[in-house]
Design a protein around this ligand. Structure first.
Ligand SMILES: N[C@@H](CCC(=O)N[C@@H](CS)C(=O)NCC(=O)O)C(=O)O
Length: 214
């Protein structure tokens, strides 16, 4: 099998999730980086018709959408399994990835992180109204995740899964904002989880050069 290529910048949360899957599996890969804040290259738009990152190519097979990419990485390559082997565990893992996409990424990253961390980099003041409006939704999503993890070390079952890899990059950036700091203080189970996750080799190797993201 050839070496897979992941297309997208290391600073993207979703690119980092796919990289975490590759690193945790021990799969060698090339990272084809570009700065989408400067515009999407035509090649990426050809790979991803919705103009997002990441995209993934392997032996002529092209894929986009992070959950699909991560599942492919787990299933096509040798290495430690990243999905539970029972139907309920796999369903819970998929549910958590989906709720992160649908209910956590928008408020926590798309609104709060963008306003607090990215706007100042573009010489714009954070829009406090946008942030205030996003806080309840971020709080709710993190509260639900707090209940899912309970006293366990990982989000699903007793082993690392794609659900943990989906949350970790989101958590890393969210924690860099005052709102994220407050919300993560009130979710102690997730905070304990983060203490373990952030020390993994995969997290250290994929740390983005963007502020001080864990
Ligand atoms: N549903 C997509 C979401 C990907 C996504 O939103 N990526 C962000 C970066 S973390 C992006 O491409 N943003 C560029 C934009 O919105 O213009 C997936 O799971 O891969």
């Amino acid at each position: 099998m050839g070496k897979p290529i992941l297309h997208g910048p290391a600073y993207s949360t979703y690119v980092r999730t796919a990289r975490l899957a590759l690193e945790e599996k021990g799969v060698g890969y090339d990272l084809d980086q570009f700065d989408f804040m400067e515009g999407f290259p035509d090649e990426q738009l050809a790979r991803h018709p919705f103009g997002r990152v990441p995209a993934f190519t392997h032996d002529g097979f092209g894929l986009y959408e992070t959950v699909a990419i991560c599942r492919y990485i787990d299933e096509a390559f040798d290495g430690p399994p990243l999905q539970p082997n029972d139907a309920k565990g796999r369903a819970r893992m998929t549910q958590i990835c989906s709720l992160l996409d649908s209910y956590a990424y928008g408020p926590a990253i798309g609104k709060i992180v963008i306003e607090r961390l990215v706007s100042p980099m573009l010489d714009r003041a954070p829009d406090e109204a946008v942030i205030a409006a996003a806080v309840p939704a971020a709080e709710k999503a993190y509260g639900v995740l707090e209940e899912f993890i309970g006293g366990r070390a990982f989000l699903v079952g007793d082993a690392l899964s794609l659900a943990d890899l989906h949350l970790a990059p989101n958590y890393a950036y969210f924690l860099m904002t005052p709102e994220g700091e407050t919300i993560t203080q009130s979710t102690p189970n997730l905070r304990r989880w983060w203490g373990g996750i952030k020390e993994r080799d995969s997290m250290i190797k994929t740390k983005p050069e963007f502020g001080s993201a864990g």
